[in-house]
Design a protein around this ligand. Structure first.
Ligand SMILES: Nc1nc2c(c(=O)[nH]1)N[C@H]1C(S)=C(S)[C@@H](COP(=O)(O)O)O[C@H]1N2
Ligand SMILES: [Mo]
Length: 203
């Protein structure tokens, strides 16, 4: 192994042949799992955790306690993830409950906003999180999701930049309009497609 920063960086940033088509433009292949959090890590005990669906008028549509959520049908997900800070990870393994299931028979608003312990929010079009595109994940690589990575549960929307995958998620608010969330209000792109390099507002 070369010790110089140039050769190390070169080796780390050049995707192997078989993975080249899976790294979006401007991204590099990461083997570790960086933690990116704005603020302290919330630690909500499962007994105090619940997940809510809130209607456009602010009304409570559904609520699952931790026990109820844990009893919902879970799916195994193998997917690539892409952070706007330019790292990508391939073939990550998750378990979670599909948003298709959670959003069943709810008002068909065009958008939703995820809200979290700690106050983080992110906005998403409904069409970006339905049709097998998003989950509330509670396990990563065969173990309960670590608090640093959003445990007990986080949103997982692997087709969009990873800031959309809200950690410590506590609910989804259905909205008629697309209301910018925490990072979206600070200059990140409203949609965030890694394949179109939608990093910032004007991308
Ligand atoms: N609640 C919450 N969710 C969050 C964040 C955050 O600061 N708070 N950071 C986002 C960003 S910018 C990224 S890149 C990913 C990082 O997830 P990781 O720490 O598991 O890698 O979480 C996203 N979800
Ligand atoms: Mo990020």
């Amino acid at each position: 192994m070369g010790e110089g920063p140039i050769s190390r960086g070169f080796r780390g940033r050049r995707p192997p042949e078989d993975t080249a088509g899976r790294i979006p433009p401007g991204q590099y292949l990461e083997q570790g799992f960086p933690v990116l959090t704005a603020g302290p890590t919330p630690r909500t005990p499962p007994a105090d955790w619940d997940l809510r669906l809130v209607g456009p008028d602010g009304s409570n549509l559904r609520r699952w306690t931790w026990r109820e959520f844990a009893a919902l049908p879970h799916e195994d997900i193998v997917t690539d993830i892409h952070c706007v800070t330019r790292w990508s990870k391939l073939d990550t393994h998750w378990r979670g409950v599909s948003l298709d299931l959670l959003l069943l028979d709810t008002p068909e608003t065009g958008f939703l906003a995820a809200f979290c312990d700690g106050g983080y929010t992110t906005n998403l079009p409904r069409q970006a999180v339905t049709g097998g595109r998003a989950w509330i994940a509670d396990a990563y690589e065969g173990a309960p999701l670590h608090a640093e990575h959003g445990g007990p549960a986080r949103l997982l929307v692997p087709r969009l930049y990873f800031w959309k995958s809200a950690k410590w998620v506590r609910g989804l608010r259905l909205t008629d309009s697309d209301e910018p969330g925490f990072w979206e209000a600070r200059g990140y792109h409203n949609y965030g497609d890694p394949w179109r390099e939608q990093r910032f507002w004007d991308d």
